[in-house]
Design a protein around this ligand. Structure first.
Ligand SMILES: Nc1ncnc2c1ncn2[C@@H]1O[C@H](COP(=O)(O)OP(=O)(O)OP(=O)(O)O)[C@@H](O)[C@H]1O
Ligand SMILES: [Mg+2]
Length: 454
């Protein structure tokens, strides 16, 4: 069953130590025993351990001291502390020092079984998260796109095109839904071109009114309009020798469209209110989440401008079409926000990861990023659970569902639902029986039958 896990039980009372040991061995774990903190440390130095269960008050080296040493030398190794009645305060202190959880004596063996199971699951998830982190690092170092994460074929294709076109002067039109990462693509095109290090000017076209946008783009002469107190250079001029990013290009009005077309065709323009012709050498990158072909048909976007902008098109697929990227992105955002908020969140519970994969992400990566940020803030433990996720995501998973594969026997299915219900009721047997719709006696009989009653 769980043969791979090594558990260490530390208690100076022989009966307790051996009793717990036997019980955990029956659960299928490898169990090692120590009668004080010092013995425990010796074992810790010579064996790979997965979990420690320790008494607090012990001679030679106390549980508190052992806990502190373990936390500093093996962070992530879960430690469950045992405490006698009336010493809850000590237990709370131990939790503060980094213990995974505590159990009061006499130890309820059902609770112990559940707690151990949960702690080891968390440990597996943390390892899984580490593996994902390593993959993110590997991808980042292999690719020239340090900030762009993804391994899906859709993203690989995007990266391939970026590499191909970056060094050319061709205009690039980036398309895709809101939040897919169009701006990151634009950054990468500039960064990988030989214009890197020169100006990279970004203009958010939708944010400015028609007249403001014109003077922003092309600049104006002194006195061109009320408030034009001095000559101002426009964004095109500032982007000379570098690149300009026209974000939300689908939002610009007809007269500005004509002027931009001229810059594309002749590399020339005049400042607002001026006669002098300014020449620029700039690489044009634009982006839109609109269907420009449709806008052309409606007559709101110029076809000739579209063809000039769309020399190379990079379409960034929506996140729901590249779900393979979700784990990598989620792990990377988790790392970022865990650091930013000084939280030791180390991974995702399986159900939470499943929820992230079931959701269809209408707001794409921006929504995923915000979702992970809020989950990290909400998270109490060191693993993100379904409860930490925003409500929209919780709807997609039925938390009360368990997976039973075809090929299982009825007995296996029954055992599974009993364990999961016990788990969800935190080991409380009366509540478990109530939820399952059976009497307490029946539950006990079944627990014994499935060797769950220890
Ligand atoms: N592949 C990726 N790897 C890591 N982060 C990403 C990736 N793609 C997008 N992001 C992040 O998601 C957020 C949204 O990306 P971005 O602003 O580039 O989207 P957009 O397509 O320009 O959206 P909009 O159309 O709304 O302007 C940003 O915080 C960005 O850093
Ligand atoms: Mg954008």
């Amino acid at each position: 069953m769980n043969m791979k896990f090594n558990l260490l039980v530390v208690d100076d009372e022989k009966n307790i130590r051996e009793g717990l040991g036997t019980s955990l061995e029956m659960d299928g774990y490898n169990v090692l025993l120590a009668s004080n903190g010092e013995e425990a440390l010796k074992i810790l130095n010579s064996k790979e351990l997965d979990l420690i269960i320790t008494d607090l008050r012990m001679p030679v080296l106390s549980g508190q001291e052992l806990l502190k040493k373990v936390i500093s030398s093996n962070p992530g190794l879960p430690v469950i502390v045992l405490t006698g009645h009336g010493t809850i305060e000590t237990a709370v202190n131990a939790m503060r020092d980094g213990a995974y959880d505590f159990l009061t004596k006499p130890v309820n063996l059902d609770r112990l079984t559940l707690l151990v199971k949960r702690a080891l699951q968390g440990r597996e998830l943390a390892t899984e998260h580490k593996a994902l982190k390593a993959e993110v690092e590997r991808l980042k170092s292999r690719q020239k796109f340090s900030r762009m994460i993804g391994k899906s074929s859709g993203m690989m294709r995007v990266m391939e095109i970026i590499e191909q076109v970056a060094s050319t002067k061709a205009s690039v039109l980036i398309t895709g839904e809101s939040g897919v990462g169009k701006e990151l693509v634009a950054d990468a095109v500039h960064e990988l071109s030989d214009r890197k290090g020169k100006a990279f000017i970004k203009v958010h076209c939708a944010a400015l009114s028609e007249s403001l946008l014109e003077s922003e783009l092309f600049g104006h002469e002194k006195g061109a309009f009320t408030g034009a107190l001095a000559r101002k250079r426009g964004r095109f001029e500032l982007a000379h020798m570098g690149s300009i990013f026209l974000d939300e290009i689908g939002e610009i009005d007809q007269s500005t469209q004509i002027k931009i077309l001229r810059v594309l065709q002749e590399k020339k323009f005049e400042r607002v209110g001026g006669e002098e012709t300014v020449e620029v050498d700039t690489r044009i990158i634009s982006a839109t989440n609109r269907d420009l072909k449709e806008e052309i048909e409606k007559g709101s976007f110029r076809e000739d401008l579209f063809y000039r902008l769309n020399v190379v098109q990079i379409h960034v697929p929506p996140l729901r079409e590249r779900k393979e990227d979700i784990s990598l992105l989620a792990s990377s955002f988790l790392e970022e926000f865990s650091k930013e908020n000084n939280k030791g969140v180390e991974g995702f519970e399986h159900k939470a990861m499943t929820a992230l994969h079931s959701y269809n992400w209408p707001g794409n990566i921006r929504e995923l990023r915000n979702c992970i940020e809020s989950a990290v803030v909400m998270c109490h433990g060191n693993v993100i659970t379904v409860d930490d996720l925003p409500p929209a995501l919780q709807d997609t998973t039925d938390q009360n569902c368990i997976r039973i594969c075809t090929g299982s026997s009825l007995a296996e299915a029954e055992k599974k639902i009993i364990i999961e219900t016990l788990n969800s009721q935190k080991g409380n047997k009366s509540k478990t029986a109530e939820v399952l719709g059976i009497g307490r006696k029946t539950l006990h009989r079944k627990l014994a039958e499935y060797e769950l009653d220890l």
